[in-house]
Design a binder for this molecule. Structure first.
Ligand code: 13P
Ligand code: SF4
Length: 306
């Protein structure tokens, strides 16, 4: 492993590359990255980087987003099979039908979507800025929200906006059950429960705070509390231990893992850097130009990702 890490460092310099990793990536991948963050932080980092090559350790929609935001850089997805099932749960044709049915509604899409869907939306969002963006959309208009019905219902509950939700979901966050939360609470009575908005309503109401992964990182750092039950993909526990050591983090269950995020490895990062593996992510230029508009609106409407 030490050899691989050395090789990665050398190749990174030779190729003028930056390694970006999502908080759900395996620990070894997070530890070799230049930046570890949530979807919003990674988008910002990708849009600003001076490096020529972006090695994107995450799932396809994230690498696509990086390629759309920074067309002058080459983006490599080390694990070409790492997709997000939720992003595939709505097609352009289905969103077209929804838009025809609700022509007066604004279209807001979760960043966990294909480039084609982003291209058809008025604005994009991540879980960290979804509430503030929904609040800023014209109040007289309803909102079509795709593809996550759970994030959508959370926005609806928190903002009171009139929303039309698509029936998409994250299979990983659907593994969280109310029983898991009550059991974890009884085992760790002093811990606060932090949950991701992709989790279902019946679980969210049992938590102390509903936060994106980036929001959880900030929360634990600032909190006076020392113990947390983490109800999201298990990889975040490693990020929290690294960023805010000295506190205790209990995954709500070891079963909450994303098989696509867990495809990542040091070997695939090395191969992507060496040019012997991974896939260069290319988005059709017309689609990319339209998708960029909804991503830029998101960046313009976000206040520090909140
Ligand atoms: P965030 O990184 O925005 O919290 O989203 C979690 C997620 O499921 C990404 O796929
Ligand atoms: Fe998609 Fe869920 Fe995996 Fe995130 S955790 S990449 S939403 S399947």
């Amino acid at each position: 492993m030490a050899d691989l890490r050395t090789e990665i460092e050398q190749l990174k310099k030779e190729r003028d590359a930056v390694i970006l990793a999502h908080t759900y990536q395996p620990a070894e991948v997070q530890d070799c990255a230049d930046f570890v963050g949530d979807s919003y932080g990674l988008s910002l980092e990708a849009s600003r980087t001076a490096a020529s090559l972006i090695i994107f350790c995450g799932v396809r929609f994230m690498a696509e987003t990086a390629a759309i935001l920074n067309t002058s850089r080459t983006v490599i997805l080390p694990e070409p099979l790492a997709g997000c099932p939720m992003a595939e749960m709505i097609t352009a044709q289905e969103l077209g039908q929804l838009k025809n049915r609700y022509p007066d509604h604004a279209v807001m899409c979760y960043v966990n979507s294909t480039a084609e869907i982003k291209a058809m939306a008025d604005v994009c969002c991540t879980s960290s800025n979804a509430l503030s963006i929904a609040k800023k959309l014209p109040p007289e208009r309803g909102i079509i929200f795709v593809p996550d019905r759970h994030l959508g219902s959370w926005i609806e509950e928190q903002t009171g906006r009139q929303m039309v939700l698509w029936d998409g979901f994250c299979p990983t966050h659907l593994r969280i059950t109310p029983e898991m939360i009550t059991t974890a609470r009884s085992e760790h009575p002093a811990a606060e429960v932090l949950i991701h908005p992709e989790a279902p309503h019946e679980c969210r109401v049992l938590a102390d705070a509903v936060l994106s992964t980036g929001g959880m990182s900030t929360y634990v750092e600032k909190s006076d509390n020392d113990e947390f039950i983490i109800a999201t993909e298990i990889g975040l526990v490693h990020t929290l231990k690294t960023n805010t050591p000295g506190k205790k983090y209990y995954p709500v269950s070891d079963e909450v893992t994303c098989p696509n995020m867990k495809r990542g490895s040091l070997v695939s990062v090395r191969n992507a850097l060496a040019g012997t593996g991974g896939e260069k992510v290319v988005v059709d230029s017309e689609v990319a130009a339209k998708a960029l508009r909804s991503l830029e609106r998101m960046l313009a409407l976000s206040e520090d990702g909140k």
